[in-house]
Write a protein that binds this ligand. Structure first.
Ligand SMILES: [Mg+2]
Length: 545
């Protein structure tokens, strides 16, 4: 029922009510007064009947006016409420995560800044957490199950912290908790321990009735005098990293040791951002040998960093940092351009007989970034055909984001670039995925190659990958080949090509003679000390990589 106009004043219709209602109430008296005055002037005093009928007319018009004003006011109220609701929903959407209904990064940052600005003698802490091996849950159980886990983790997080704490989801499986007004710094660790146990203690049950056990790692950073919001988050991230290194499913408090490491990381990041511009990056090329005749069919370009103080650094020393900071995109573009430039040099030197290929490794950021296609298009204005360029992505990466990854790989193949899958066999569903992958070759993971001659199951896996790949017209390269036995087994199994210390170390240059004009058995003869034709008289595989 509509509220009585002069007792319930609210929202936008209020103005209509306050203006019209007094007029409506007064209108019968005004009408009667005006008509009485007119009659008195024209024909003398009105009769009681005339006055009554005029009064009745005035009352009817007043009621009508009242009714219309209430309708108009309600309509205005309704529109106002609707506008307010829409505004509230938009505001909420901008600050909340739609899946879990927790706050998002923006909301968390606002609250954190506010908390830091107004904190007095009480401590304030940030807990930063993610789920251990969450990607595997998505890989094995599917994204719907992954979402169920995230929603349940959000609920348990809410229940584990104090009511006044702010819980947010930053995206993926990353969450953060802001704890204000801590009377004791130890309280932050206690809350973190509660978070770990509430998530780890019992499995999450998905809609299909499956039970998934999940554990979080938590990094804790306490706000000290100088802490600002972004610094505090970085510290919590560093502590989280340490918790992961320390065995996962645990919490770790940011301390001075981490502080020193964080400074070191920042310094390395600064150095790395200059490395491309100052020409400190290098490519070393490891030969990939055709197992049919032993000639070098191509090289894999491997990144090194000639650091001005620390010497020659391996990818493991700086690539994770490059990934995290986003520098990998510009470094990756440099690798492509430099590898192509080197290849053009070799083609110019060796002449038309040259069939060398160069493989470059692509990271997840590059794969998700459209700039990869631009970088390749830019690097190949002339010279060897596009098919001399091979890009390698890890299988893990393809499975993690198959949709985006596959579309980039399809685009690359349309450009004529060939695509390979690195570390193949390590993933959870390799063989089933191979059929759908837009690839030209796979590189069998070195773990299985190391097991050749030692573990029967490794040989079975390698044989399975080779058999399946060949059925699909996909080439097979073995990586990490270090002994003649491994090489002989690979040849017996029909592997197309191989690389590893046995066949050649990564180096800044390449013996072009060996690549372009191989001897009768090429590199193999030396390392196997065998006559190739006596090993495989009929089944020498043709190179398809
Ligand atoms: Mg590789």
């Amino acid at each position: 029922m509509a509220p009585w106009p002069w007792t319930a004043r609210h929202l936008a219709g209020d103005e209509v009510r306050t203006r019209i209602v007094p007029w409506a109430v007064a209108s019968p008296l005004v009408v009667v007064g005006v008509i009485a005055l007119l009659l008195r002037l024209l024909v003398g005093p009105p009769s009681a009947g005339t006055l009554l009928s005029v009064l009745a007319g005035g009352v009817v018009s007043a009621v009508l006016l009242l009714y219309l004003s209430i309708q108009a006011a309600d309509r205005i109220d309704e529109e106002g409420r609707h506008r307010q609701d829409t505004l509230d929903a938009a505001r909420r959407q901008a600050l909340h995560d739609p899946l879990t209904d927790l706050g998002n990064r923006q909301l968390f940052s606002d609250r954190l800044q506010h908390a830091l600005a107004r904190r007095g003698s009480h401590a304030c802490a940030v807990l930063y957490l993610d789920l251990d091996s969450f990607k595997t849950i998505n890989d094995v159980h599917g994204h719907a199950a992954g979402d169920t886990v995230l929603v349940e983790v959000a609920n348990r997080l809410r229940a584990a912290v104090r009511p006044e704490d702010t819980v947010a989801r930053f995206g993926g499986d990353e969450f953060a908790v802001l704890c204000e007004d801590l009377t004791d710094e130890l309280n932050a660790s206690r809350i973190a321990d509660r978070v770990v146990s509430s998530i780890s203690d019992r499995p999450v049950v998905t809609t299909g009735g499956r039970e998934i056990t999940v554990t979080p790692s938590v990094g804790i950073a306490l706000a000290r005098d100088e802490a600002d919001a972004s610094k505090l988050l970085r510290r919590a991230d560093a502590a989280l990293y340490r918790a992961k290194e320390g065995g996962k499913a645990r919490s770790e408090l940011f301390d001075e040791r981490m502080q020193a490491q964080a400074v070191d990381t920042l310094q390395t990041e600064d150095d790395l951002s200059l490395a491309v511009a100052q020409g400190q990056l290098r490519l070393h090329y490891q030969p990939i040998v055709d197992l049919a005749d032993g000639h070098v069919q191509g090289v894999e370009a491997l990144l090194r960093w000639q650091h001005p103080r620390r010497g020659l650094l391996q990818p493991a020393d700086f690539l994770p940092l490059a990934e995290r900071s986003g520098l990998i995109v510009s470094i990756g573009a440099w690798v492509i351009a430099e590898a192509w430039r080197t290849l053009e040099g070799w083609y110019a030197e060796a002449g038309d007989d040259c069939r060398l290929t160069v493989s470059v490794n692509i990271s997840s950021r590059q794969l998700a970034n459209g700039e990869l296609l631009d970088a390749i298009a830019l690097a190949q204005p002339s010279g060897p055909a596009a098919s001399a360029l091979l890009v390698e992505v890890t299988e893990e990466l393809l499975v993690a984001d198959a949709k985006a990854g596959f579309s980039t790989l399809h685009a690359l193949r349309t450009m004529g670039v060939r695509v390979g899958v690195d570390d193949f066999g390590r993933g959870v569903s390799s063989l089933s995925h191979l059929q759908s992958m837009p690839v030209d070759h796979v590189k069998v993971d070195r773990h299985f190659i190391a097991g050749l001659g030692l573990h029967r199951q490794d040989e079975a896996v390698v044989a399975g990958i080779i058999g399946m790949a060949k059925n699909m017209g996909v080439g097979v390269i073995a990586e990490g080949v270090e002994t003649p036995d491994q090489l002989a087994t690979l040849r017996r199994l029909g592997c197309d090509a191989a690389q590893g210390f046995l066949l050649g170390y990564p180096s800044p240059g390449l013996d072009l003679d060996r690549a372009v004009h191989p001897g009768p058995d090429g590199a193999l003869h030396g390392v196997l000390d065998l006559d190739v034709s006596s090993v495989l008289p009929d089944a020498v595989p043709t190179a398809s990589v």
